[in-house]
Design a protein around this ligand. Structure first.
Ligand SMILES: [Zn+2]
Length: 296
């Protein structure tokens, strides 16, 4: 038996639910028009993006890594939260026992007003700057400056549509930026600040993981909502299984038909974009939402 697809049935279930866990991936931000961080050919300039997102790369060439992140920050700050982000933020305000985990680092959920205590940023935030020194815990959260510092202004310039951005053109030399002009830590005075995202070869925040586990184990979970990511891929798969163990019915919202694989007949699968579907699915709890994400 395939999973259920009735919006009415889901609304009834959500209304009567107490504990709801959500897990969001890149699909949630798709309607905000954020480009993937890979350019043409999968490269950023001549670099494999995954080779820039490591502590080793930052140690070797902090200016280059910062240029890459300053550009992604600029894109994230130019984008706006969509109705999917606003719907989740409203649901968080209405449901006392709701927790949202997101793999997105774009800062759009916090900017949509999602209550901080009900949002766990699994991979950190591109809008946070933290100290690169191992023994310093300085972190500057939700820094909205763009450019993040004057030296990185070349990564925050806009060009007319259709024109190649010089920074993204590997044949145009990268702007030369001195390490001393990058952001330094105001606490230890010696460390460079780095983007507050989780890089390859880095563990997720231990305290955050413990908080999530504690929340999950507090009691039965009514709904596990998986938005814009595949429920069968880790870490979504791990959290989905934990929620199922706590009795949850799984609801997947994703344009990709294959993302509903593994669901059983009591689960839900809604094929489509989160920005269109979430306001509809939550309407019985949050009320009707206009096209800009405001509750009517
Ligand atoms: Zn420091």
């Amino acid at each position: 038996m395939p999973p259920r697809t009735s919006i009415e049935e889901f609304r009834e279930l959500l209304k009567s639910s107490n504990r709801v866990l959500a897990l969001c991936g890149a699909g949630l931000s798709a309607a905000s028009g954020l480009p993937t961080f890979r350019g043409a050919g999968g490269l950023w300039r001549n670099h494999e993006p995954t080779s820039l997102a490591t502590p080793t790369a930052f140690k070797r060439d902090p200016a280059l890594v910062w240029l890459f992140y300053a550009w992604r920050r600029h894109m994230a700050l130019k984008a706006n939260p969509n109705r999917g982000h606003y719907a989740l933020a409203e649901l968080a305000k209405k449901k006392d026992d709701f927790l949202c985990l997101t793999q997105n680092v774009d800062g759009l959920s916090p900017r949509a007003g999602h209550p901080e205590a009900k949002l766990k940023l699994l991979h950190g935030s591109i809008l946070d700057n933290k100290c690169f020194n191992d023994n310093c815990d300085y972190i500057d959260r939700n820094n909205l400056s763009d450019p993040v510092c004057p030296a990185l202004a070349p990564a925050a310039e806009d060009y007319p549509p259709g024109q190649t951005i010089p920074l993204l053109d590997p044949y145009v030399p990268a702007p030369s930026i001195k390490v001393e002009d990058l952001l330094h830590c105001p606490q230890c005075k010696t460390g460079l600040l780095r983007p507050g995202v989780v890089w390859f070869n880095e563990p997720l925040d231990k305290q955050m993981l413990a908080d999530i586990d504690n929340w999950i184990l507090q009691g039965p979970i009514d709904i596990m909502l998986v938005v814009g990511t595949a429920a069968v891929v880790f870490p979504a798969a791990g959290y989905t299984q934990q929620a199922i163990d706590q009795g949850a019915i799984v609801a997947v919202v994703n344009p990709d038909p294959e993302s509903g694989e593994g669901l059983i007949d009591e689960d839900f699968f809604f094929q489509g974009d989160a920005s269109e579907l979430l306001p509809k699915l939550f309407e019985g709890v949050i009320g009707k939402m206009d096209e800009h994400g405001k509750i009517l």
